[in-house]
Ligand binder design. Structure first.
Ligand code: SF4
Length: 194
């Protein structure tokens, strides 16, 4: 595991600077990219020295507030995804698409060549094996879009980290570059396109 990059800062710096705020969310994703994020393992202790989490699966914050960095996993498959993504864009100075689903729709986009109504009927009615089964239509359920979209088709994205998922080392290298003011750059061995 590559641990060369570090976020250590001088003590005086830590005392003066407010912590960075980071938000993360999963739209139409499987949480695999978030799991990969946690693969930074004990390096997360360095991260929380200088940063705190806003909306994220590891907090109970429901809406993204003003943040320095927003990290988005997953593509856009429903109306709620659009709302959450726009909220992140409005509040995050830098927005990062992490993983294949956010970058090109990924696995969920495999449904793009199918008709959504046919899919729902097949799953909830035909396969359920009875005439009395219906497609769920509770108003609380987010409305599905006809297609699954990469997130950059909805809002402007500053950076893209490829992979399904990118490794914890790749995420760490990317974040340490960004936070310490270097141009984020992943060497060949950290780049993953599957
Ligand atoms: S890119 Fe892969 S790991 Fe990440 S959310 Fe999509 S399917 Fe899951």
């Amino acid at each position: 595991m590559s641990k060369a990059a570090t976020l250590e800062k001088p003590a005086a710096d830590k005392a003066k600077k407010p912590k960075l705020r980071i938000a993360t969310t999963s739209l139409s994703g499987c949480f695999g990219c978030h799991t990969s994020f946690l693969d930074i393992d004990e390096r997360i202790l360095q991260l929380v020295e200088i940063a705190e989490f806003d909306r994220s699966p590891i907090t109970d914050i429901k809406h993204c507030g003003p943040c320095d960095i927003g990290i988005i996993e997953g593509g856009v498959c429903n109306a709620e995804n659009v709302h959450v993504l726009r909220e992140f864009r409005a509040n995050c100075k830098t927005l990062i698409a992490i993983g294949a689903c956010a970058i090109n729709g990924g696995l969920p986009a495999l449904r793009n060549h199918l008709d959504v109504t046919d899919c729902l009927t097949r799953v909830y009615c035909d396969r359920a094996g009875g005439k009395n089964h219906t497609v769920p239509n509770d108003p609380e359920l987010p409305l599905l879009l006809e297609k699954v979209h990469p997130i950059n088709e909805v809002v402007r994205i500053d950076y893209f980290v490829p992979g399904c998922p990118p490794s914890g080392d790749a995420i760490w290298k990317f974040l340490t570059d960004l936070i310490t003011g270097r141009m984020p750059r992943l060497d060949h061995e950290l780049l993953r396109f599957d």
